[in-house]
Design a protein around this ligand. Structure first.
Ligand SMILES: [Zn+2]
Length: 256
């Protein structure tokens, strides 16, 4: 099920109802049900990154190897990103950081450190605004380009990985990402590390979902994540899971 197939099915159904209305006097009330179903599918497809509704999204790797990857959204953050980097270094674990362009300002050294430590950097939009999903195609391209420019100026690398803010995809976002040649990266384990749950609860939730090929979503913006990350890495080690880079897990390149 994709946006296009859903839209086309909807158009066919309402055309048939329209014809039946014109020729057989069918009540237009019959439009209500398909309209509600269409709207529900649109909302579900846009909100659920794993549905690949608007664009193909990588959410896990198809593998039986005990390999998983870690990703951190919403940085760079002066306080927490360095702590995350230091724990990753202790465990010799690579990760991907999906950065918000506007957070790079005044945190340039943090961004450079992510790169210097051998981790990958991906695009997570420039503003991460709550209204980002209402942007035009050009608006989305600007979001991606502004962040790409900042990262390029500091690292000399051109990013190719993109994680949509809030995991929401829209037709304009999908078009912007594909025209700028980004690969859209989702996740299949959402830690919910910025919710009110305790670090213990969150760690248990993450651990119970770990399986070969998993992509875990964390945020390098909170105190709790530091503790959860330690526990997750410890769990992985104890259970024979190897932390690998996203590039290796999905067999793709992070940069141009
Ligand atoms: Zn985010």
């Amino acid at each position: 099920m994709t946006f296009k197939s859903t839209r086309n099915s909807f158009l066919i159904i309402i055309s048939i109802i329209g014809l039946l209305h014109v020729f057989l006097g069918l009540s237009l009330g019959w439009l209500v049900l398909p309209s509600i179903a269409y709207l529900a599918l649109l909302i579900y497809g846009s909100a659920s990154i794993q549905s690949s509704f608007h664009a193909p999204v990588y959410c896990y790797a198809n593998t039986v190897e005990k390999e998983i990857t870690l990703s951190f959204d919403d940085g760079p953050n002066r306080e927490y990103t360095p702590q995350v980097l230091s724990i990753l270094a202790q465990y010799n674990a690579p990760a991907t950081f999906f950065v918000i362009g506007k957070n790079i300002k005044d945190n340039e050294s943090v961004l450079k450190q992510i790169d210097a430590d051998g981790h990958s950097i991906g695009n997570h939009s420039y503003t991460h605004s709550f209204f980002v999903d209402f942007k035009s195609l050009q608006g989305f391209k600007n979001e991606l380009n502004q962040t790409a420019e900042s990262v390029f100026n500091l690292t000399g690398k051109r990013m190719k990985l993109f994680r949509p803010p809030y995991g929401v995809t829209t037709p304009n976002l999908a078009k912007a990402a594909s025209s700028l040649d980004y690969r859209i990266i989702g996740w299949n384990i959402r830690s919910l590390d910025t919710t009110a749950d305790s670090a213990q609860t969150i760690s248990r939730r993450v651990q119970s979902q770990i399986k070969p090929g998993a992509i875990i979503l964390f945020h390098d913006t909170s105190d709790k994540t530091i503790q959860i990350l330690r526990q997750t890495l410890h769990f992985a080690q104890e259970n024979g899971y190897k932390i690998v880079s996203l590039e290796r897990l999905l067999a793709l390149e992070a940069y141009e």
